[in-house]
Design a protein around this ligand. Structure first.
Ligand code: BG6
Length: 469
């Protein structure tokens, strides 16, 4: 394509940015909050504990004001299940409700649409002890939690996201500090995909409930989608890429949108004697649910080659690198791409390819719920010159514009992250924010907020509705 005469971003395009409760809030033992699996996990060596993070719990008004200064139209944040229901089920914690009421009202005061993730990697520990997602009751626990959210916040929240990156919970759960595999489990694949099945049904029920209780609200999933490239044009590699695309990406969206298992994934599960058991009513629940839009996180693409059973899983694999599947494919580096300081490939064109592919499969409006660059930022004289982040975001926003020109319906763009926060497994030294937070992995700092260069740049991008990059 000549890529001339590019279309403009829609007038009501939702520019914003994202955070998640356990990575940004801190205050994890305050105001009646119960422990989540994140609060009790063993932290990766040398990374900041989660009791302070960016202390957003106490600074949210100041932070939202800074977001308003950037011109945000939306703020994607997650609600900590354990602030609302400290034990996951049972008594509601009014202080938790009050807190998020104020977060939502503060957003609205600045004309910022709250985009609320219901679950972002933080299973209540009390439910973890009852087996977490491996317990079939987890479907009811989540539906009950969803009901409390819709009852309390449904009058003001128009956009909901169900489960953040369910595919990463399933594929790299231990790295993120989630996914509990009971000791002595013989068939780990079967156990993992049974848990995954419970999450899929829980999500479906939450979507149906949202439509019943909040008819004017919109709800969608938020998987991490990376288009998978074949390492070469060898037919074997093409097949391997198709299979890994299904396992990594399409399983989650096929189920959310069409309510059925992807056939290649089903075959994978059969091969591992790991097809999930369906409880009575699951099939109907999955078929009944329909998202209004697709939220998805994009950091980069993946590249695989065909591989046999001798391929070992990389123990350092994480969301964006090293994911291999013995008997199917092996992750390889893409020689055409450069990497971030943390070893994640950078692929803006792959972003356009990913958006096109998702849209051609599902034909639903889409919002980017994460995209961004983790880097070692340096605060000098109150300034952070993060031109590398600006370059990354600019290159990706250009691709959103191209995708819109391709006819893809894009509703919004929320990079990761609004402000610095603690990474899933690499500490707060891996910074993503537009707003620098003065704290480190070694010690809690002043927590003072500083506007990075990217802050001013993004403000200009939003003010020009994406024309001035
Ligand atoms: C996504 C998650 O996988 O990527 C976020 O939804 C996470 O929670 C983000 O922080 C960046 O990953 P990381 O590992 O650098 O924190």
């Amino acid at each position: 394509m000549l890529d001339q005469n590019l279309k403009k971003f829609p007038k009501d395009f939702l520019w914003g940015a994202s955070t998640s409760a356990y990575q940004v809030e801190g205050a994890n033992h305050e105001d009646g909050k119960g422990d989540s699996c994140q609060d009790v996990k063993e932290l990766p060596k040398g990374t900041a504990p989660l009791d302070v993070c960016a202390d957003h719990y106490h600074h949210y008004r100041e932070d939202i004001q800074l977001m308003a200064e950037m011109g945000f139209k939306t703020y994607r944040f997650s609600i900590a299940w354990t602030r609302i229901l400290p034990n996951g089920i049972g008594d509601v914690n009014q202080k938790g409700i009050d807190h998020y009421n104020d977060v939502i009202n503060t957003c609205l005061q600045y004309n910022i649409e709250p985009l609320v993730t219901m679950f972002h990697f933080d299973m209540p520990n009390a439910l973890d002890e009852k087996g977490s997602w491996s317990n079939p009751e987890s479907v009811d626990w989540f539906e009950n939690y969803a009901r409390v959210l819709f009852e309390n916040f449904g009058d003001r929240v128009k956009y909901w996201l169900t489960i953040n990156e369910q595919n990463m919970l399933t594929l790299v759960g231990p790295m993120i500090g989630t996914l509990r595999i009971p000791e002595g489990t013989k068939n780990v694949v079967k156990e993992t995909y049974q848990q995954n099945h419970h999450m899929l049904v829980a999500q479906a029920k939450a979507m149906v409930l949202c439509h019943q209780m909040c008819p004017s609200a919109k709800i969608g999933p938020a998987p991490n989608i990376s288009l998978v490239y074949p390492a070469s044009c060898k037919p074997e590699d093409i097949l391997a890429a198709q299979e890994f695309n299904a396992i990594r990406n399409w399983l989650y969206l096929d189920m959310a949108v069409y309510g059925r298992y992807n056939n290649l994934v089903w075959r994978y599960l059969e091969e591992h004697d790991a097809t999930p058991s369906f409880a009575p009513g699951d099939k109907e629940a999955l078929a009944e649910a329909h998202p209004d839009f697709i939220g998805f996180n994009y950091y980069n693409t993946a590249t695989v080659k065909r591989a046999g059973l001798d391929v070992k899983k990389d123990e350092h694999a994480d969301q964006q690198k090293g994911l291999s599947e013995p008997g199917y494919c092996e992750a390889v580096d893409n020689p055409n791409l450069v990497k971030t300081q943390f070893g994640w490939e950078i692929d803006p064109l792959g972003f356009r390819a990913t958006m096109r592919e998702i849209y051609s499969r599902y034909h639903l409006p889409m919002i980017v719920t994460e995209n961004g660059l983790g880097a070692y930022d340096k605060l000098e004289d109150g300034k952070v010159h993060d031109d590398y982040r600006i370059a990354y975001l600019k290159a990706h926003i250009e691709q959103v514009k191209l995708a819109i020109t391709d006819g893809v319906e894009m509703m919004g763009y929320c990079p990761w992250s609004a402000l610095d926060l603690v990474s899933t497994h690499e500490g707060i030294r891996k910074r993503y924010g537009f707003i620098y937070v003065d704290t480190s992995d070694e010690e809690v700092g002043s927590l003072k907020r500083y506007r990075k260069d990217s802050f001013y740049w993004y403000k200009k991008v939003i003010a020009s509705n994406g024309e001035d990059l």
